[in-house]
Design a protein around this ligand. Sequence first.
Ligand SMILES: C[S@@+](CC[C@H](N)C(=O)[O-])C[C@H]1O[C@@H](n2cnc3c(N)ncnc32)[C@H](O)[C@@H]1O
Length: 222
Amino acid sequence: MDDISRVTRSKAEAKTTYDALSGWYDLLAGSSERKFKEECLRMLDLRAGETVLEIGFGTGEALLSLARSTGKQGKVFGIDISDGMCKRAQLRLRKAGFADSVELKSGDATSLPFSSGSMDAVFMAFTLELFDTPDIPIVIAECRRVLRRGGRIGLVAMARPDRAGRMVRLYEWAHHAFPVWVDCRPIRTQIFLEEAGFITLDRKERSMWGLPVEILLAKISI
Ligand SMILES: C[S@@+](CC[C@H](N)C(=O)[O-])C[C@H]1O[C@@H](n2cnc3c(N)ncnc32)[C@H](O)[C@@H]1O
């Protein structure tokens, strides 16, 4: 994992950046990332009555889909470090009539404020790659802790191939040069998950602006 770029931006800077971006985020990232999230949500195949957590929900687009899939008997939880994103997501949910079935918290995903074994599923898109390399196993261990036995996780993240192409190298350079604004970087999500004891159920490779994206469905091995 030595070739994965480190994250030098602090959590406080992440919070400030996403607060500032919250009003613009859908314009900046919405359409290019949507299809990957939708594909992962289909793989996660949530059922009515299930309980699911989204980490780094942003403006809340996927939260709506999670709430629709789990229905009135289900429950959706979300955590995001940015208060600005929390406000945006809450507004979206209220407008769509789902404010009661979704509970949002603002906080850092390295310490999830949820009970062990309380979730049927966890969903996270374009967020795991914001954590510095030593924090990634901590976040995944937290996901594992809050999942029930047999619980599943759906993840979408920029992927780091063994042989990085020109676009990946260019992106990693930009991440190094502008760590506050180019905050994501490609990582090896499947390896992190399997090292934490998850079993991969499905994996798809996609491309966004010439950059590899990994869509994964995994479950707890015991
Ligand atoms: C790149 S955005 C992706 C948002 C959303 N998942 C999407 O795909 O549209 C990353 C999100 O993760 C949140 N985030 C960043 N660091 C976090 C942390 N340490 N804990 C929880 N959320 C964090 C940001 O506030 C932001 O909303």
